[in-house]
Structure formats: structure tokens, C-alpha cells
Design a protein around this ligand. Structure first.
Ligand code: UT7
Length: 337
């Protein structure tokens, strides 16, 4: 099912007033992984483009990583934590199954007025949160919103499985949404989609009600990521291309109008395939997966913040965000900065 592109018009336009990100200090290199599983720097870089990823400390949970990214976004937006009205955390690696990671974030930041909940849409989660928040702020239900993509994927990786352990990392990115003002930028369009017929391609099979972790199955590492990589790859390319075109068309724009594409950071070959099919010049695409690997819901959010802080986006630029993940889910948004 895909959302109707025409349904994504809010009552009032909404802008991104600030972005932030946070990456844990510890770096895990391809050389480190060569000592852990049968792999090579050459295989990882040529097949994925990934060189390093960040790993959170044992006492650093998803909510802590999320809160650090959020502080940076709030500071840039000039919004005090006490005034935040809505917090949405997109994550598939929550601190606990319940309560939501957003509740811990509310506590860490000191946002007593905020309504706080999580969104579970895997790597598309930050853009799902953006869509919910933009309509909530646009309709006047909340004066502002803090959206965060945050993951501690290292806690859900089977570190003996070379098919997955070389791909993922920890991190968080955040954005603050406010009503657009005269002359400010705004979110122009967005597009979401889900295909629940493909749940088996990418999932964490254990640890939920379908498959609780028990003494009997404890040695099977069922609460770790499992992926049929080659199949996911094909779906990712097709879905992100389609989602990009939907959002650009809904915004009334052409590909040539897009100044910067910020795609989900899973695999350089996936990104290359999408931009080739869209006909976007490679220099107009933001890439940081070499540094962080795939951080799922955090990836687009971290990339947006880095692009913003590195001066890759100027006022008035139209940018395209696009993501794809487990579910299967996909999402895109076009933003005028
Ligand atoms: O974020 C959510 C969305 N996720 C994605 O978009 C990920 C999509 N998938 C991918 O990025 C790629 O499919 C992978 C990077 C996961 C795998 O790349 P691939 O080119 O599709 O490789 P493959 O799975 O077809 O495996 C090729 C070979 C296999 O060996 P054989 O059967 O040809 O002998 C694998 O066993 O590479 C082997 N292999 C490895 N070798 C060295 C798999 N992982 C590794 C490894 N090091 N880490």
C-alpha cells in the first residue's frame, strides 16, 4: 500500500527549524571485523562502500544517543526543551519493548509538556516520523515537534554472521519542526509506502510475542537482524526510485530542480543504482555510509544534519530525502530549505 501523494497537504506549511546528530565515540573498522569473522576490507568496501561504523558503549542506550542528537537540533532551532510539545522517536532498537524510547528521551531532555511515542518503520522510520509530525504541527495540534531517528543496532547484531555484522552501526539524527513563516522554507511533499507481504526478507525474528527468547532457544541468537540481502537490494532500488519520483511530482518539480539527494545509507551500490536511474549527477548526492555504515532509522537524519552543518544546503534549495527498510517500508520527502 502506498500513501496517496495528494493526501500529504497540511493545513499550514511546516519547516525544519533545526537539525542535530550524535555518533558514539567507538569506531569499528573493516580491519577489526576481519579479526571477528571471515571477511575482508576489500569485500566490504567493494560490495557496500562501508569502511567504519560507530558502536555505542554498554551503558549508552538508544534513548541516550537520541537525546544527544535532539539537544543539537533544539539548540539550532532555538527551542527550549521545556517548550517541546511532541517527541517522536523512530527506532527498531528501543531501550525496552515498553515504554517507548521517546518516553526516556522526554525524561533525559526535560520536556514535561511533550507527548512522546515511538514509530517502528525500520530504515524509513525518520521519514514516517517527519510525515506524522508535519501533519500534527500543520493542523495546529502541536506548536512544534522534535523527531529523532536513533538506533543501537550493535545490540541486535549476530557478531558471528558476516552477512549482517559488517553492515550496521549505531547513531542518531534529529530535527525540529515548526510552522513555516513568511519567506522561510517548508516541507513541500512526501510519500510513504509499505509492503507487508515481504516481512520475511529483513527482520529480527525473536524477542517479540511470536517468538519469545527462552532457555531452550537462547543459543540461536534469534533476537538479531536477519536479512536476505540480494532480494532486499532489488526491492530497495525499485522502491526508492519510485518514491523519489512520487515526492518530486507531488511537489510540482522536476528532477533537475533537486539540489541535493539525501538517500538512505545502506549500500553505495544501491545509491549508485538509484541516482543512475533518476539521472541525478553523483556530486548532488550526500553520502556518509563510509563512516557510519547502515544506521537504519538514524541514517537519513544524520546525513541531513551533516549536509546542513557542512553547508551543502542553502536557503531556497530543494532537497530530496528517500529511505527504504524492513516491512518492507519506503518513504520520501521534498523539502524547500
Ligand atoms: O537498510 C535496510 C535495507 N538493507 C539493504 O538495503 C541491504 C541490501 N543488500 C545489500 O546491500 C547486499 O545484498 C549485501 C551487501 C548485503 C550483500 O552483497 P551482495 O553483493 O548481494 O552479496 P551476496 O549476498 O550475494 O553474497 C555474495 C557472496 C556470498 O558467497 P558465495 O555464496 O558467492 O560463495 C556470500 O557468502 O559474498 C559472501 N559474503 C561475504 N564475503 C565476505 C557475504 N557477506 C560477506 C562478507 N565478507 N562480509
Amino acid at each position: 500500500m502506498e500513501s496517496n501523494p495528494n493526501s500529504s497537504q497540511s493545513n499550514t506549511s511546516v519547516r525544519i527549524a533545526g537539525t542535530g546528530s550524535y555518533l558514539p565515540e567507538k569506531i569499528l573498522t573493516n580491519a577489526d571485523l576481519e579479526k571477528m569473522v571471515e571477511t575482508s576490507d576489500d569485500w566490504i568496501t567493494s560490495r557496500t562502500g562501508i569502511r567504519n561504523r560507530r558502536i555505542a558503549r554498554e551503558d549508552e542506550f538508544t534513548s541516550h544517543i537520541a537525546a544527544e542528537a535532539a539537544k543539537n537540533a533544539l539548540e539550532q532551532a532555538g527551542i527550549a526543551a521545556a517548550d517541546v510539545e511532541l517527541i517522536i522517536v523512530a527506532t527498531i532498537t528501543p531501550d525496552t519493548i515498553t515504554p517507548a524510547t521517546a518516553c526516556y528521551v522526554q525524561q533525559h531532555l526535560g520536556c514535561p509538556r511533550a507527548v512522546a511515542f515511538d514509530v517502528s518503520a525500520a530504515c524509513s522510520g525518520f521519514l514516517y516520523a517527519l510525515e506524522i509530525a508535519r501533519h500534527s504541527v500543520g493542523a495546529g495540534a502541536f506548536k512544534n515537534a522534535l523527531i529523532i531517528g536513533a538506533e543501537k543496532l550493535s545490540a541486535y547484531i549476530n557478531w558471528t554472521d558476516r552477512n549482517t555484522c559488517v553492515l550496521f552501526g549505531d547513531g542518531a539524527g534529529a530535527a525540529v519542526l515548526l510552522p513555516a513563516e513568511e519567506g522561510s522554507g517548508k516541507i513541500l511533499s512526501s510519500h510513504l509506502g509499505t509492503d507487508g507481504a515481504q516481512t520475511e526478507l529483513l527482520n529480527i525474528p525473536g524477542g517479540g510475542s511470536a517468538c519469545p527468547i527462552t532457555v531452550e532457544n537462547a543459543d540461536q541468537q534469534l533476537a538479531t537482524l536477519a536479512m536476505q540481502g540480494r532480494e532486499v537490494f532489488k526491492h530497495a532500488v525499485n522502491a526508492m526510485k519510485r518514491a523519489s519520483l512520487h515526492a518530486i511530482e507531488s511537489a510540482g518539480l522536476q528532477i533537475e530542480d533537486i539540489k541535493l539527494v539525501i538517500p538512505h545509507q545502506a549500500n553505495l551500490r544501491i545509491i549508485d543504482a538509484i541516482v543512475d536511474r533518476l539521472g541525478v549527477p553523483k556530486e548532488d548526492v550526500f553520502i556518509n555510509l563510509d563512516k557510519y555504515g547502515n544506521t537504519s532509522a538514524a541514517a537519513v537524519a544524520i546525513a541531513l544534519d551533516e549536509a546542513n552543518r557542512e553547508g551543502r544546503i542553502s536557503k531556497g534549495d530543494k532537497i530530496l530525502l528517500v529511505a527504504f527498510g524492513a516491512g518492507l517500508t519506503w518513504a520520501s520527502a521534498v523539502i524547500e530549505w
